[in-house]
Design a protein. Sequence first.
Length: 321
Amino acid sequence: MSGKKKIILTFVILPVLLLAAFAVSILWDARQSGEEEETTESALSRDEEINQMLLAEYQKSQSTRQFQEATTEVVDLTPEDEEYDDMIGSAEEDAPELQDYDADLSDEDEEIIAAAEKEARKNNNAINYNGIEVVSSMNQVATNGEWVLNLTEAELAADHPLLLQYDSRWATFPYGTGTMKSSACGPTSFAMVITALTDITNASPPMVATYSMNHNYYVTGCGTSHALFTVGCSDFGLYCNEIGVDEYQMKAAIDRGEMLVLSVHYGNFTHSGAGHFIVIYGYNENGFMVNDPGSYERSCKYWPYDVIAGDINKIYALGKL
């Protein structure tokens, strides 16, 4: 190659090629950034659409409920008519004598849990019990005799907020032929999953319960249909897969960032023949971490697989689409 050609190659062609490559790189980065922003904006828009959907569902239910109240006599429910798909609070008192459901808890542990619960109700800080972080705003929000439909900032920011059926904000909110306290373990469990896995802010237990009733996921005499999770999940940008009652599968799902909704029968978590729903969000060497919508106390302890395996009917693994 002649000296003149080398000079042209070095000082003309190569700089042009370098500039062209630099320009292409900038354009590519801009395009990628634009796609990421568009994806983020799309996700935010989707979450806002779901928030608006939940508000619309509630408004529709309220107009119907007010009409029914104005035209229909309210009849007190008999014990036979009550929904009882969970037992609230100290249900262990009614457990058969042959089985000690709290055998792994010492008196000292019980005192620690009771103190943690008392502290949690006094302030909005997360309580850490033996490595289990519990964020619950129960009895921390003034209700003034009205239902409170929104969650607190602490609950929205928590990785896995504990929402309870008997929270004074919505305990008496109607669900089916009963109330949130008596019957809404399903919607309350689903509300915890939606709030933890998405940026949806309106998925409080009463709002999800309203959605459940409006979409016929509440079955009179039976309680909440499992279709609330398996079918309803898509309305909240989630997917749902049933997995086996198997410790390895449960841990694998959690490792993938999924949360588990368990349908359980009479045993550690309920003394009702109708069953109960709970949420599992994590595990360590001590066992699984549970958010039980029917009990603060049961949500402050670890649950080894061998202890809960016999209680489980179905397990649903939910994740974000």
